[in-house]
Design a protein around this ligand. Structure first.
Ligand code: AMP
Length: 119
């Protein structure tokens, strides 16, 4: 079970952000890093992570409003970079035990490249 209160600086996405572990990078700017999910659930499955110590949606959403806005504008840019704007895509973030979050650094999944039906 992940700690939802104290940021773990040794989580795998923190290591990717520090360049200690490689990733398949799609996009990067001052706010985010986006890379391919190692275990894709759809034809296109990319993770977008903020450059900052955020554990999950719950603490991220309480952070600086300008940063939140820039984060999501960058998510939109990543989707455009992936060529998903016309056909669409799904954004997803997991939280907590029931939500199934496994990596304790806030991230948004971008899923697309195929028709996604149901949940
Ligand atoms: P979540 O279950 O929402 O926390 O999502 C974590 C995601 O990170 C999963 O879809 C994993 O496949 C993915 N993942 C874990 N380790 C890596 C890694 N080293 N590089 C890319 N994706 C990863």
């Amino acid at each position: 079970m992940i700690d939802t209160k104290i940021y773990n600086k040794d989580n795998i996405f923190a290591k990717i952000l520090r360049g200690e572990i490689p990733c398949s990078k799609i996009y990067e700017d001052e706010f985010v890093l986006a890379f391919k999910d190692i275990n894709p659930a759809k034809k296109i499955h990319v993770l977008v992570i903020p450059k900052g110590e955020y554990i999950s949606f719950v603490d991220f959403v309480e952070s600086d409003q300008e940063f939140i806005k820039n984060f999501f504008l960058s998510v939109k840019k990543v989707a455009a970079t992936l060529g998903l704007e016309e056909k669409g895509y799904r954004l997803l973030t997991n939280y907590g035990v029931d939500g199934g979050q496994t990596v304790p650094h806030f991230h948004v999944h971008i899923l697309g490249g195929e028709k996604i039906s149901g949940f």
